[in-house]
Structures are given as structure tokens and as C-alpha cells.
Design a protein around this ligand. Structure first.
Ligand code: KET
Length: 945
């Protein structure tokens, strides 16, 4: 009870609600309203507006809509303030088009916008890149006799700058000035920033001066922006002056200000001042990011101040920051450039960069610069991988040392490896050869390079030039060509054919003046022969040449789950037991085809064609599948609010969703429980969505770490994506209780998180698919927009048929259609459309009441057999006198028992008892049978003694 009768008034109610809302305590605000109603004080439009605003800010638009709904039910209509909150809420979430829609709604309801509505609207138009529309709003403001507020002008100036109309922004600003309208300091800053981004230093200086005269005091943002502009335009002294003004005004420097100042000082050669600043920065404990450190290290290296550079390296380490790939390279490069080759080498070996291409390139460059070209050549020869920089820098330096013949050899090697060398370096080699009397070599080199380029164009590699060279096609110059016996026989008739139009009948005895034409023809003939040889070779020994393409490919690590099956299959022992993969077996350990599936197959046999399914898969199958997850009579299905496509089983559904998430929320992350199905990590990794984890399992209690889970949900940034196992959590077999699911759902609502349910085991938790969707039902009741991955691998035993479904619940039918079309677009380049057979089996089973009943019974039988095996395994272990507690075997649910066995104990089970399971100690209870449960219990007892 927050209120007592007696001192009540609607005003007081509103004050209470407003203070709770301000403190983000929406639950309490709601409680006050409830109390008020109970005591006869009804909330008025102000109360509701306060709530709407708070929900928009802290929860989300949907929640705010709920309030509006209540408001209307109470007979109070939303007003312009209500709508402004909604529009601002949508804008804050970058839903600019939504804001425009809301504005339209407001219009339709006959509510007139006020100046704030116009301001937000203008901002949206600018954000949407429609400055013309924004301009219209300004006219509308004036037309309706509203006075623009300072914010209006800020939005205008900012929007114009951001949309590339800096001059217009400047004009508007000047106009305001003339009208004696005093702009805010923020307006100045916005304009300075816009001008700075387009490099208008002159204008920046003028505005800065104006600002000084306007009575405003520039703040740290102003100084930083002006200074940034000065440095960008290379006006270092001016920039430094601005910075010192900032200091004299008592503003403290931040990391950015320090870095730019230090960089400017270094660039203008004031290294001591720079050092002093650096020391001061360190004294003040300013934290820098690694990119800033890199900039500073680079500047110090350029100045030759390696002591300072290494000092920074130490500092990075002390701060526990991680160097990125450039940090060490910058130092190595600096050392090499300064001729400190020994130090550079020491650094290389300290970092283990011996085979690092960039480091070696730096060394080559350094050695050459300081006249040690033979050592550079030695290093070059020892390098396994080289790039065009390696070649270019060595060739360039060889030319400088007038070693043209060696340079020409390297240049040719470079072209033959399919890389390029700078044109000016090529010219230096050719000119050098000619000047030193090797005219012939220069000519040969030119034609060989042309050939190498041609071969590259043909897509062949260095090997081809050499391998072809074993036979008669070694010749690379045109003159040589004509003298080769092998070439003559194959090329001559071709030559004759080509030369006939020129009136040349005997190509070898043509006159000198036809030489040019002849050479061209010979070259073409040579190319044709070469090409046929290349094509022939590649078909004969394609495999051999391939091996060099994939030289860098290492064997992939074994999959932690499917790798267990591979090892099991390879084991010849008759005693072997596979409790690795989550696949159901009957009591004889044999894979099961459900009776309902057999019957469905009988019914569909011969009746179907093999046409492609649509990109979204079988409509009927998807329809039936949605009913299983969302409920037989779900309104969401009726209202067509679900975007759903058939997927390649559960894995495919997860992957499709992950790709969708990456494409449309590219900056988002996914929160994954610890532990989880190992493939979840792979899926989101390959979709390039960064992963976070949340607490789920408590190893000591062998139950749910509910407190840890809730903390992680609360601490995740608002609007995060969470992966949840809908039921029968894999691998732990631990699910939240109904009450806990409700609390999770509530907290998700408060934090505006998105729940993605992976439901691979519907029916395996309780034996009844309908009861297993409890978690989803709770989330749906609470109004979440969720995503679901469904799979028929386990509950219909359709493992290898790859049938599943991905669904995303949307705001309305229009959105659902859009989302579905995008899901299909993602599927098209991956697999075009899903397989047809399994989908038909599913739709046949679920579409027929009798078969569906049979299916439900068979699911229950499978679940019951697993439950029976849990009891049997526990009893056996207890009978064998194991002193450990095995209670969790029967407490956990679903297909797996998360036994608590250590990886070493699992290894012993495999090596000594031929029992195969994943190294995290997960036992697939579906693989346990009356026949092997005793053996399994005994082995477990042995390794846990
Ligand atoms: N989600 C979970 C939680 C899961 O355990 C699996 C399969 C899947 C999705 C994917 O199943 P699909 O066959 O794509 O519908 N898990 C078992 C098999 C596997 O690892 O592929 C397992 O954990 O043994």
C-alpha cells in the first residue's frame, strides 16, 4: 500500500507515479495506480501519459501500446503528449519510419501536432536522408504560427550538415544571427562539427570567433572539435594553440585530446613537448584504446624514440590490454627503417614472428636500406611465402645496387607466381639491363614477362610454365620458338594457316620487313599451342596441381558429438556401447522408425512427384508445425503474424535465424547458456554474430543456476538476443520450473530482450509435446515476439530426413510477410529449397487425426523408455555400492543425463570399456538398454572409484 485514504488527490497520485517512473520503478508506479483505483482515485490523462513515456523509454513501444489500450478502455483518449512520447520512443530506437507512421496515426485521430511533434518529425526526415521533407516541416511550423524552438534550429543545422548541405546549414546559421536569434552553444558545436567534417577550416575559425563574441563560453566539445579540424588541415600550430586555450580555461584533457596533441607535437618535431604530454597523460591515468596506442607507437618509431615506444608497449601489458596484430609490427618496421636490424631481429624472435611475412618484408627493406643486400637476398631465399611487396622491395634495391641480372630473375619469378611489380621498378630493371649491355636479356625478359602474364590470364600457375618447359614448350621468346623442333612440328601447320592471309607461305623464310607481323602471328600460334597443352595437362594431372592450392589447409578438429559416433563405428569390440549422439534406440539398441512414419510412407508411396518445394518449403508441413509450437487455435496463426519456413532440421533453423539476425541486426550479439549443445557456438560463429554466455547450470547442485541466470539477463544490455532451450535442455537435462519461466519472461519484458527458442526435443521432457511448450506459451502470453527452431529429428525419428521449421513471431501480417521473404532470400543461395520427402511424411502424420494420435503415443513410449532407463541406471549404480549420489540421473529430464563424469573418466570409459560418450560427461539415455545398462553402470562405478 503506497497510499492512504485521507490525503489523496489525483495530483498526488500523479506526483507519485512520476517519481517512480523517473526512478525506472515501473512496477511500483503501477502498484500506486492500482492502490489509487482501489481508493477511488482514477488515473487521468497525465497519469497515463507519464506511464506511456516511461514505458517508451525503459521497456519498449509494445508495452507503451498496452498502456494506451488501458487508457482507451478507461475512456481517456491519447493526446498530443501521448503521441509525442510514442514518436520519440520510436525515434530513439532508430525506427524512423515507424515514427512517421505514428505521426500519421495521430493525424488520423484528429490530434494536432505541437512544436515538439514537428521537431521530432524533422529529425526523423533528416535521419531518413530526406532533407526536403524536413524543410517542408519547417514551413509547416511557420504556416501554423508556431515559434521554432532552439531545438528546432539545432535539428535543422545538424540535419543539413549530416545530409551534406553544410553551406545551407551555414546560411541558416547566419540568417538566425542576423535575426538576433542567439543560437545555443550546442548549435555552435553542431555546426563546427559539420564544417570540420567537410574540411572547412576557414569557416570553423570564423564561427569559433563568433562564438567567443556571442557571450557563450566554448566547452570541451567545442575545443576538441575545432582542434580536430586544425590538425586535419595540418595546421598543427593553430591546433596546439586551441588546445592550450582549452587548458587555460580549466578543461581537462581526455584520451582523444592527449593523443591528437601528442601526435601534432611529434609531427612538428617537438619531441620533448610530446614526451612531457605523454608523461602527464600517464600521470593522470588516462586510458587509451589499443588503436590510440598504435598511433603513438608509430609516431615515436618514426621519430626514432624507441625507448618511448617500448615504454608504451610495457604500459599496454601492465594495463592488461591486448596488443592487436599491428602493434608489434609497427615497432619492428620502425626498428628496420632506423637500421636497428639486430634489435628488430631480437624483437621478431621474441614474438615468434620468424615466418611472418610482414616482419620479413620489414627486415628485407631494412637490410637493403643499410647496404646489406646479400643478407637480404639470403633472407629472401629462405622465405617460404613471399608477396609482391617482398619482390618489389628487393628488386628495387637490387637495381639501386646495379645488380640487374639478379633483379630480372626475381622479377620474372614474381610474375610467374601471378604477382605484380610496380611499373617503375619494371622499367628500372629493363633500362638497367640495356644500359649495362645486356640488351638481349632485356628483350628476353620482356617477352617472358608477357608470357607469364598471359599464363596468369589463362588461370595457370608458375608450375605450368616449368612443367611445360620439360618438353618442347620451354621456349619463351619468339625467336627461340621458331628454332625448336617440337614446336615446329606442332606449330608450323598452324603458323602456315595464320600467315596465309599475309602472303607468307614459308614462315621460316619470310623477309625482314614482315618480321613484325610474323612475330605477332608466331606469338598467337604459340599461345594456342600452349593453351591446349595447359588444358591437357590440367585434365591429366589436375589433382596434383590442386595439392598446392590447398597447401595451407589443416585437418579440422573432430566434432565433439558426431566425432564420437565416428570413433564408435571404427571400434571392432563386440561390447561397444554408443551413448554419444542424441538419437533414439529401441531396447535392443537399434534405430527406430516410428509406426506412424511407416504408415505415412505407405500412404504417400508413388503419389508424389519430385518437383522442387517452394523456397519456404512445404506450406502444409509448416502449418502443422506451427500448431505444435504456438497452439492448435493460436490467434497468432489466425492473424498470420508468424513468418515461418521449412528448415534443414533444427540445425538449419538455428543457422537461418543466426544469418537473419546478422543481416538485419548486424551489431547484435547472442547470449548462449553455459553449457549448451556444442553446435550452437559453431552456428553463431559461422554466421559471424558475436557470442556472450549466460549462467545456466550449477555443477554442485546439478540443477539450474537460477540466480546466475537472472543476473545475466538483467545485466545484458537492453534489447539483447538470448538463445533458450524450450524444453529438455541439452546437455544438462535441467529445465526451469513454470514459475521460473514466468520470472524469466517478465525480466525479458523489462529488458526488451529477444528470446530465440531452440526446441529440438518437444515431447521428450514430459512425454507429451503439448505440455513441453509450456515455456513458449508463457512467453507468448506475456506478449513477446519470439523466434523458434523446431526439429522432427528426435520426436518423429526423422534424423536423416532433415525436417524442421524456423518461425519468427512478428507485429502484424505485413511484417511477417516481409520477414518470411527475407528468410527465403537467405535460403536461396544456401540450398535453394528444402528436401521434400520428410516434409511430406510430417504433414501426412500430423494432418491425419489417427496418425497424429499414433505419433503422440509413440513419442510417449520413447520418453517412457528413457525414463525407465534412468531409473535402471541409477538403481544399478546404487546396487553396486557407489558411494556417490546418482539422484540427478532421475531428476534430469529429456534425452540426456549430464552425469558429472570428468573428461578423464570418459576417456577411461572409452579406452577400457568401449563406452562412447561426449567428453563433457553427457550420456545419451536413448542409447541405454536393458541389455547394456548393467555393463554401463559397472563401468561408471569402476572409473569413479
Ligand atoms: N538443438 C539442440 C539443442 C540439439 O541437441 C540438436 C541435436 C539440434 C538442435 C539439431 O538437431 P537436428 O538434427 O539438426 O534437428 N543434437 C544431437 C545431434 C547433433 O549433435 O547433431 C546431439 O546433441 O547429440
Amino acid at each position: 500500500m503506497y497510499m492512504r485514504r485521507g490525503n489523496l488527490s489525483a495530483k498526488l497520485l500523479n506526483i507519485c507515479v512520476a517519481s517512480f517512473c523517473k526512478a525506472k520503478q515501473l512496477v511500483k508506479a503501477e502498484a500506486v495506480i492500482v492502490d489509487g483505483i482501489r481508493l477511488g482515485i482514477l488515473p487521468n490523462v497525465v497519469t497515463y501519459n507519464t506511464l506511456v513515456d516511461a514505458y517508451c523509454r525503459f521497456v519498449g513501444l509494445d508495452a507503451a501500446y498496452c498502456v494506451i489500450h488501458r487508457m482507451r478502455e478507461a475512456g481517456i483518449n491519447p493526446d498530443v503528449i501521448t503521441y509525442n512520447s510514442l514518436i520519440a520512443g520510436a525515434t530513439k530506437k532508430n525506427l524512423f519510419s515507424k515514427s512517421l507512421d505514428l505521426y500519421e496515426d495521430m493525424h488520423r485521430e484528429g490530434i494536432s501536432p505541437n512544436i515538439w511533434s514537428y521537431n521530432i518529425l524533422m529529425h526523423c526526415y533528416f535521419k531518413l536522408g530526406k532533407p526536403d521533407e524536413a524543410n517542408k516541416i519547417l514551413h509547416e511550423i511557420i504556416f501554423h504560427n508556431f515559434s521554432p524552438t532552439p531545438v528546432t534550429f539545432n535539428i535543422m543545422i545538424n540535419g543539413l550538415c549530416k545530409n551534406g548541405y553544410v553551406d545551407n546549414a551555414l546560411m541558416l546559421f547566419r540568417y538566425l544571427h542576423r535575426c538576433r536569434f542567439v543560437p545555443h552553444l550546442e548549435t555552435y558545436n553542431i555546426l563546427i562539427n559539420g564544417l570540420c567534417k567537410s574540411g572547412r577550416l576557414g569557416a570553423v575559425k570564423r564561427i569559433f570567433k563568433d562564438l567567443g563574441e556571442s557571450g557563450h563560453k566554448p566547452n570541451a566539445i567545442t575545443y576538441n572539435t575545432v582542434m580536430k579540424c586544425c590538425f586535419r588541415s595540418k595546421q598543427y600550430d593553430l591546433g596546439l594553440e586551441i588546445m592550450s586555450q582549452m587548458r587555460s580555461k580549466g578543461y581537462t584533457y581526455d584520451g582523444f585530446a592527449y593523443c591528437t596533441t601528442i601526435s601534432a607535437l611529434l609531427k612538428t618535431g617537438r619531441i620533448y613537448d610530446a614526451n612531457a604530454f605523454m608523461e602527464e597523460m600517464m600521470r593522470n591515468g588516462i586510458e587509451l584504446d589499443i588503436a590510440s596506442y598504435n598511433t603513438l607507437i608509430n609516431l615515436y618509431c618514426k621519430e626514432g624514440n624507441f625507448e618511448a615506444a617500448f615504454g608504451l608497449l610495457d604500459k599496454i601489458e601492465k594495463e592488461g590490454l591486448e596488443c592487436d596484430q599491428y602493434t608489434h609490427m609497427i615497432i619492428i618496421n620502425g626498428l628496420c627503417k632506423a637500421g636497428k636490424i639486430v634489435e628488430a631481429q631480437r624483437q621478431i624472435s621474441r614474438m615468434g614472428f620468424h615466418s611472418n611475412l610482414v616482419a620479413s618484408n620489414c627486415l628485407i627493406d631494412g637490410l637493403c636500406r643499410y647496404g646489406q643486400i646479400d643478407r637480404a637476398i639470403e633472407l629472401f631465399e629462405s622465405m617460404e611465402i613471399k608477396d609482391s611487396i617482398t619482390y618489389t622491395s628487393l628488386v628495387h634495391n637490387l637495381c639501386k645496387a646495379r645488380r640487374f641480372r639478379y633483379a630480372s630473375k626475381l622479377m620474372l619469378a614474381c610474375f610467374r607466381s601471378g604477382m605484380k611489380i610496380l611499373k617503375c621498378t619494371q622499367r628500372a630493371v629493363l633500362d638497367g639491363l640495356r644500359d649495362s649491355g645486356y640488351r638481349n636479356d632485356a628483350r628476353k625478359l620482356q617477352s617472358r614477362i608477357r608470357l607469364a602474364k598471359m599464363l596468369k590470364m589463362l588461370g595457370s600457375k608458375e608450375r605450368w610454365v616449368m612443367e611445360c618447359g620439360v618438353g618442347h614448350l620451354k621456349l619463351c621468346t619468339i625467336d627461340d620458338c621458331l628454332l625448336q623442333p617440337g614446336f615446329r612440328s606442332s606449330g608450323e601447320s598452324y603458323l602456315a594457316l595464320l600467315l596465309r592471309p599475309l602472303g607468307v607461305t614459308d614462315p621460316l623464310s619470310c623477309s625482314v620487313n614482315k618480321e613484325r607481323a610474323l612475330k605477332r602471328c608466331v606469338f598467337m600460334a604459340f599461345r594456342t599451342v600452349m593453351m591446349s597443352k595447359v588444358l591437357h595437362r590440367s585434365s591429366v594431372s589436375g589433382a596434383r596441381s590442386m595439392s598446392s592450392w590447398w597447401r595451407s589447409v589443416e585437418p579440422a578438429p573432430k566434432d565433439p558429438i558426431l566425432g564420437v559416433t565416428e570413433a564408435f563405428l571404427a571400434d571392432p569390440s563386440p561390447d561397444k556401447v554408443n551413448v554419444g549422439v542424441g538419437a533414439y534406440r529401441d531396447d535392443n539398441g537399434k534405430p527406430v522408425v516410428l509406426e506412424c512414419v511407416r504408415e505415412a510412407e505407405r500412404r504417400i508411396a508413388g503419389s508424389l512427384n519430385m518437383e522442387y518445394l517452394p523456397m519456404g518449403g512445404s506450406v502444409k508441413m509448416v502449418e502443422e508445425t506451427l500448431k505444435l509450437a504456438y497452439g492448435e487455435n493460436s490467434d497468432f496463426i489466425k492473424d498470420k503474424r508468424i513468418a515461418a519456413v521449412q528448415s534443414l532440421s533444427g540445425t538449419g533453423a538455428c543457422r537461418l535465424f543466426a544469418d537473419f539476425q546478422k543481416r538485419f541486426r548486424p551489431d547484435s550479439q547472442i547470449y548462449i547458456p553455459v553449457p549448451t549443445w556444442a553446435n550452437h557456438h559453431n552456428i553463431w560463429r559461422d554466421a559471424q554474430v558475436p557470442q556472450r554466455t549466460f549462467h545456466y547450470y550449477h555443477p554442485e547442485s546439478k540443477g539450474l543456476d537460477f540466480a546466475g541466470l537472472m543476473d545475466d539477463v538483467k545485466n545484458a544490455p537492453n534489447g539483447s538476443f538470448f538463445l533458450l532451450h524450450a524444453c529438455a535442455h541439452n546437455p544438462t537435462g535441467v529445465d526451469p520450473s513454470e514459475e521460473q519461466w514466468r520470472e524469466i519472461s517478465y525480466q525479458f519484458k523489462v529488458k526488451d530482450h529477444f528470446a530465440f527458442f531452440d526446441m529440438a526435443y518437444q515431447g521428450f521432457a514430459s512425454g507429451d509435446p503439448e505440455r513441453d511448450v509450456k515455456s513458449i506459451k508463457i512467453f507468448l502470453e506475456d506478449g513477446h515476439h519470439i523466434g523458434i527452431a523446431q526439429s522432427y529429428a528426435k520426436n518423429m525419428g526423422l534424423y536423416g530426413q532433415r525436417v524442421g521449421c524456423l518461425s519468427v513471431l512478428c507485429e502484424d501480417e505485413k511484417q511477417a510477410l516481409a520477414v518470411k521473404s527475407q528468410l527465403q532470400q537467405l535460403a536461396r543461395p544456401m540450398y535453394s529449397n528444402p528436401p521434400v520427402h520428410g516434409a511430406l511424411v510430417v504433414s501426412t502424420v500430423l494432418g491425419d487425426p489417427d496418425l497424429k494420435k499414433l505419433w503422440l503415443k509413440e513419442v510417449k513410449d520413447m520418453a517412457d523408455r528413457i525414463i525407465g532407463m534412468r531409473t535402471a541406471l541409477r538403481e544399478n549404480l546404487e546396487k553396486l555400492g557407489s558411494p556417490l549420489s546418482w539422484e540427478h540421473i532421475t531428476n534430469q529430464i529429456g534425452m540426456f543425463c549430464y552425469s558429472g563424469l570428468t573428461p578423464e573418466q570418459v576417456d577411461r570409459l572409452t579406452n577400457e570399456f568401449h563406452i562412447y560418450m561426449t567428453r563433457n560427461g553427457r550420456i545419451s539415455m536413448a542409447g541405454v538398454t536393458t541389455g547394456n545398462v548393467g555393463y554401463l553402470a559397472n563401468a561408471i562405478r569402476e572409473v569413479t572409484k
